[in-house]
Design a protein around this ligand. Structure first.
Ligand code: KG4
Ligand code: ZN
Length: 321
């Protein structure tokens, strides 16, 4: 039985997952509302809120799984990448819990966690596969050859795909977080109404700054008060450009490495147009696409756990290694 803890950004999350990948509980307390009026996550506010929420969220995860701390064999916690102050709250909580019971503690890479969303029951995917990881902080193409080991084939040269959704939503007056809002708004729009660029960069990398700027100019070019009438069309066209960029690169990468099985993980994997555009790809259930602790516990099944007391000096890291 693994207790997972995730606090890398603005979700305080805890989950209990079995060694064979069954999710007994997954509790996610989102702080999105708290940050919405600032138009993005404020790191110091996130850290303070994690501090208030982490103990009750862990308590709820144990209760919902019907286990006590005595029934937990191992603790897993996100070590990075993420907001350092936010990560440290989860790491400190995990250390304290593990120390109190002399349990082993597995530090987990947040990105490995996203990939491990595919390893959860009831229908886990097994490597090898090609994986697109598209979240608010990262856009990566990974050749996953075995559990816990992947080769990076491409990344974004500027904004992450989720970040492009969030910034676009802001320009369209759809608030924060923006991916789901654009997804909803786009359903009522015409994706051919605006021609937004799909960046062509060398290799298997991505770039989303051009499409974001194109949206900015399109919004500025609207007649006074015209945003309300064009919002759905802009959202649909913008979403189409981002999805096209992701799907194209995924196809090219599949060809380049000769991997037939393709999977998509991370918050942007919740996007309905992306899911529809890739009917043969594997997607984790929606609840495990955006940040949560079940995927962190899942990754810990394939990661090295540190025995007591070796984890007491464990530190967080902010950026991708
Ligand atoms: O994986 P995640 O929860 O957090 C990070 O690790 O960054 O991803 C959050 C990102 C946000 O940028 C959010 O706008 C995006 O995922 N997102 C979506 C959708 N739902 C969440 N983007 C497009 N369509 C969605 N339905
Ligand atoms: Zn994430």
């Amino acid at each position: 039985m693994i207790l997972g803890i995730e606090t890398s950004c603005d979700e305080t999350a805890a989950a209990v997952v079995t060694e064979d990948g069954r999710v007994l509980s997954s509790v996610v307390s989102s702080q999105a509302e708290l940050h919405a009026r600032f138009g993005g996550v404020v790191p110091e506010i996130a850290s303070r809120r994690h501090l208030e929420l982490v103990a009750p969220v862990v308590r709820t995860a144990l209760d919902e799984a019907g286990v006590e701390l005595d029934g937990i064999d191992r603790i897993a916690v996100t070590q990075g990448p993420g907001l350092v102050g936010a990560l440290l709250v989860g790491i400190s909580a995990a250390k304290a819990l593990a120390w109190a019971r002399r349990l082993p503690l597995a530090p987990v890479d947040h990105l490995e966690g996203h990939v491990a969303s595919l390893y959860l029951g009831p229908e886990p995917l097994a490597p090898p596969f090609l994986c697109l990881l598209a979240s608010g902080g990262h856009t990566l193409l990974l050749a996953v050859r075995e559990h816990g080991a992947s080769e990076r084939l491409g990344t974004t040269l500027d904004d992450a795909a989720g970040e492009a959704f969030d910034k676009g939503a802001r320009l369209l007056g759809l608030g924060y977080p923006g991916g789901a809002a654009i997804d909803r708004e786009a359903r009522a729009g015409d994706a051919d109404a605006f021609a937004f660029p799909v960046a062509r960069v060398p290799g298997l990398d991505f770039s989303f700054s051009g499409v974001k700027t194109a949206l900015l100019y399109a919004v500025r070019g609207l007649p006074e008060g015209g945003l309300a009438d064009s919002r759905a069309d802009l959202a649909a066209s913008y979403q189409r450009a981002i999805v096209t960029a992701l799907v194209r690169r995924l196809d090219e990468a599949a060809e380049a490495v000769g991997m037939e099985r393709v999977a998509v993980v991370g918050g942007v994997a919740a996007n309905s147009e992306l899911r529809a555009a890739l009917p043969n790809a594997h997607f984790a259930p929606l609840a495990f696409c955006t940040d949560n602790a079940a995927v962190i516990a899942s990754a810990a099944r394939y990661a090295k756990a540190l025995a007591y007391p070796r984890y007491l000096g464990l530190d967080a890291y902010a950026s991708i290694s």
